[in-house]
Design a protein around this ligand. Structure first.
Ligand SMILES: CC(C)(COP(=O)(O)OP(=O)(O)OC[C@H]1O[C@@H](n2cnc3c(N)ncnc32)[C@H](O)[C@@H]1OP(=O)(O)O)[C@@H](O)C(=O)NCCC(=O)NCCS
Length: 375
């Protein structure tokens, strides 16, 4: 327990334990985090598609091989142990190995308990944990249901010039007040699925033609076949380093075969299924591009887009479109309950956005990416 007896606020902040299962009494904090997250998500988006789930949090707590996760929940002192009493929570992720200088932080407060100092308290607690671990760069992602209109002279625009955040949004005020700088805007987009064949089929056929005989799509659900796991690790490393990162101090984040396997295991623990469509280069037998999506058995209608990457030397053959269009056809066949696919792209990532727009993705809010370098 942290901050016990602190005079500043009527909350007790509890550092979530790592229970052996979600049935265990110690899992109350993770269940409370999910309940509070549902409330916040509904208030922000009008749906609960992307709620923090207790099962995902447990999967991350149990696996410390490539990143360390912490979850803090705030309750009134008498509410410790009661999931329904959680008024707010903080989540943090500290990469191990590469990017060991940074910590990703996230703070959520139930709408009815905002402007009482709880957000500031929770952020302070996770920043302190990060600092004690030697982290010097703190990152926050704020979520905004709408982009600021172009005529809004007060809109916050990152140095990239792309993406506009409403200066009046609570999350923006909060981040600024806590000393963070807006570095990047990400466009959130949603695609209604299944995509109508009259839209999808010509895009798929055009991409197949452009790829010609040199490339072939390959697909699987769950564990990556052994012979492709090194290729997938290389592609995921590039997915991190090739995407625009603006002024965020994100350094190379290497994936290995072992990390791919851990990632698959973590997804299984959380009830998620990862689907991958790759582009196989016939001449070399190597995968040179891929796209990943994740489905969650708890919300089968909401699918989350993961990484999409084509190696630089294989760009210009519409492989990005090919893997994404192929994925949408597969989802239509074997995820029949799927209705929405959500993705998030840096607003300056013109090539990726062009593919998404052609497929029918429509804007659905913005992420502000904020950074604070600790002194
Ligand atoms: C952002 C959020 C966590 C703030 O939580 P909170 O408990 O209301 O924040 P606090 O009361 O500790 O506010 C701290 C400071 O932030 C600023 N602030 C927060 N909300 C604000 C608002 N609606 N308008 C203006 N300033 C605001 C103020 O400077 C405030 O200090 P003050 O009250 O002394 O003026 C909360 O609004 C939330 O959960 N939003 C949705 C989730 C999200 O976007 N999180 C950000 C990702 S880290």
């Amino acid at each position: 327990m942290i901050g016990h007896g602190a005079p500043m606020a009527p909350w007790t902040v509890t550092h979530a334990a790592t229970p052996p299962s979600l049935d265990h009494a110690d899992a109350w904090a993770l269940h409370g985090l999910e309940l509070a997250s549902r409330r916040c998500e509904r208030a922000l988006w009008g749906h609960e598609d992307h709620t923090y789930r207790a099962a995902s949090a447990l999967g991350r707590l149990l696996d410390r091989s490539f990143a360390e996760h912490h979850y803090l929940v705030a309750t009134p002192p008498e509410g410790v142990g009661d999931p329904g009493a959680v008024d707010g929570f903080a989540a943090m992720m500290m990469p191990r190995g590469d990017n060991a200088h940074l910590a990703w932080l996230d703070v959520w407060v139930r709408p009815e308990r905002r402007r009482e100092g709880l957000g500031r308290r929770l952020l302070g607690e996770v920043e302190a944990i990060a600092r004690a671990d030697g982290r010097t760069t703190f990152l926050l992602a704020t979520a905004h249901a709408r982009e600021a209109p172009t005529h809004d002279a007060d809109a916050l625009v990152p140095p990239t010039g792309a993406g506009r955040i409403r200066a009046s949004d609570a999350a923006a005020r909060f981040a600024l007040r806590a000393g963070y700088r807006l570095e990047q805007g990400e466009r959130l987009s949603i695609l209604r699925i299944p995509v109508r064949p009259e839209v999808l089929d010509p895009l798929h056929a055009g991409a197949l033609t452009a790829a010609g005989d040199a490339y072939r799509p390959v697909a699987w659900v769950g564990d990556t076949p052994d012979e492709m796991v090194d290729d997938v690790a290389l592609l995921l490393t590039h997915a991190g380093s090739d995407a625009p990162t603006a002024g965020l101090d994100l350094r190379e984040d290497r994936w290995t075969a072992e990390r791919v396997r851990q990632h698959e295991l973590q997804a299984r623990t959380a009830g998620r299924r990862i689907r991958i469509v790759g582009a196989l280069h016939e001449a070399s037998g190597r995968l040179v591009g891929l796209t990943t999506v994740s489905t969650n058995e708890a919300v089968p209608e909401a699918v989350e887009q993961g990484y999409t990457i084509v190696l630089a030397e294989h760009r210009g053959h519409r492989l990005g479109m090919l893997v994404k269009a192929e994925m949408l056809r597969l989802l239509g066949d074997d995820a029949p309950l799927a209705r929405r696919l959500r993705t998030s792209n840096a607003e300056e990532n013109a090539h990726m956005l062009a593919i998404n727009v052609a497929l029918g993705f429509r804007p659905h809010g913005v992420h502000g990416m904020w950074q604070k370098v600790a002194r």
